[in-house]
Design a protein around this ligand. Structure first.
Ligand SMILES: *Cc1c(COP(=O)(O)O)cnc(C)c1O
Length: 468
């Protein structure tokens, strides 16, 4: 008999124990209905195509198949697609896991600004319309030691706006050693093409000299652009031209030719905190770039700054004014939640009282001893089931987010073994638990790095592992 006839009706499936359990687990019936539709249509297709295992199926066999499918879907169901996870990779600025987490102050401000009306574009003194730029400008300028500043959706948008507003149809000179691709398919050359600016490549991959720029500069030039090669380093026989040198080249040309070639630096991660003073990496600090002569700079809000996703543009007042007036500024503007989070985060820098409250900064500065403390708290509360063994383990971790590629910081975590699961199966099981735990495989074992796990996540991590 044709097994198609053995496919049960939807109401029959709804009477099975599996279905009833999913309902009890609060999975909305509208979702369950979609699952059943999908399962039944796959089943029909497989039967019609005589797929292996789908011929001559009895009514019972089909029902078992459907219930099994439902059970699997139920096990991996999460009420939201955007789910909280525990970052056990040790990578603090993990782009796939949302980059920087916000400080408590920033979160409070986001909640308040979203829950109530706000002065987003309202001047209480005048009782009239205000500008959303004003909310953040003074603070941003202070934090970056610039004349003026503004914020757009992300740094990719910032680069696009700067090039489009200041260099469209004109030459922009960039070193071949700085034509980078940043994660998430951001390429300087592509953005430049989109903006209508004309890319003039100079130098070679490993070496670019001041004379390379001097030879390329002409009346068609609008800008000398420097790009921070965030996620890679050229080592060995290398030479790059500093902002200081670029400034000299531009100044000299400008004074001879009465032109106005500007220096733009895309700083990428844009650190406001001098990590190198703590012996961590050699990331440039935002204000150094401006001090050395950049006319305009841009950087991300959610990398080393530790704030919300945003692109910050800072520099000369006349340049920022021009950018603000460009129609694209309206297209790329940020919403009130971003402004609220950014304002709170920047205040923590400017008033200097809350830098340690910014999770990104705190986690990068964390010593091995501090991480060890968290591991010990975890192990102290862990009730070992027979099939899982855990032991503390030391290794190194990276900052991530395409920053400080060569920095390997000492870290501590736990090595995990399961009697019945292979390391890859265990890694998958952790990843697919009710709160996904993202781990990595280290020397053939599952390793959960505690650098990016905070003290307040330990109970949840314990519960999740006990669930296994
Ligand atoms: C990360 C980065 C970008 C893109 O910034 P987003 O905020 O991710 O849009 C651009 N340029 C450089 C040099 C970067 O490191």
């Amino acid at each position: 008999m044709n097994p198609i006839r053995n496919i049960p009706a939807v109401h029959e499936i709804q009477q099975t124990a599996v279905y009833q359990r999913l309902v009890t687990n609060n999975i909305p019936e509208i979702i369950l209905k979609d699952w059943i539709t999908d399962i039944l249509s796959d089943l029909r297709k497989n039967i019609l195509e005589n797929k292996q295992g789908f011929t001559n199926l009895s009514r019972e066999a089909i029902s078992t198949k459907i219930q099994e499918q439902l059970r699997i879907k139920g096990n991996t169901y999460a009420p939201y697609k955007l789910q909280r996870v525990i970052n056990g990779t040790g990578t603090i600025l993990h782009t796939n896991l949302g980059r920087a987490r916000l400080s408590d102050q920033a979160i409070t401000r986001v909640v308040e600004t979203s829950k109530y009306y706000s002065t987003l574009e309202y001047d209480v003194e005048l009782g009239k319309r205000g500008s959303r730029h004003d909310i953040i400008e003074t603070l941003l300028a202070k934090a970056s030691s610039s004349e003026s500043a503004m914020v757009v959706n992300n740094n990719a948008a910032a680069v696009y706006l700067v090039l489009k507003a200041l260099a469209k149809n004109k030459d922009v000179i960039v070193s071949r050693g700085e034509l980078v691709e940043i994660g998430g398919s951001f390429r300087v050359s592509t953005i430049m093409e989109e903006s209508g600016a004309i890319l003039k490549e100079v130098g070679t991959t490993n070496k670019t000299h001041p004379f390379d720029y001097e030879e390329a500069i002409s009346e068609e030039t609008s800008m000398l652009m420097k790009v921070h090669t965030s996620n890679f380093k050229t080592v060995g026989f290398t030479k790059e031209v500093s902002v200081l040198e670029l400034k000299q080249i531009a100044d000299e040309y400008n004074s001879k030719n009465e032109s106005n070639i500007i220096i733009y630096e895309d700083l990428g991660s844009g650190s406001l905190y001098p990590f190198k003073h703590d012996g961590i990496g050699d990331e440039p600090v935002v204000k150094e770039s401006l001090k050395h002569g950049a006319d305009v700079i841009s950087f991300s809000g959610d990398k080393l700054l530790g704030g919300p996703q945003a692109g910050i543009i800072a520099g000369k007042k006349e340049i920022i004014t021009k950018l603000k007036k460009h129609p694209l500024a309206r297209v790329l503007r940020v919403d009130k939640m971003t402004l609220a989070a950014l304002e709170a985060t920047l205040q923590q820098y400017v008033y200097k009282d809350g830098i340690q409250d910014i999770p990104t900064i705190r986690d990068i500065l964390q010593s091995k001893e501090e991480i060890s403390k968290k591991v010990n708290v975890f192990l102290g509360q862990y009730k070992a089931p027979d099939n899982v063994s855990l032991e503390p383990c030391e290794t190194t971790s990276q900052v991530g987010g395409g920053t400080m590629p060569l920095v390997e910081q000492p870290t501590v975590g736990i090595k995990m073994k399961h009697q019945k699961m292979s390391p890859t199966e265990l890694e998958k099981a952790l990843r697919e638990s009710s709160t996904p735990v993202i781990s990595r495989i280290l020397d053939g074992n599952v390793f959960i790095d505690f650098r990016a796990i905070s003290m307040d996540e330990i109970t949840l991590l314990l519960d999740t592992i006990h669930e296994l």
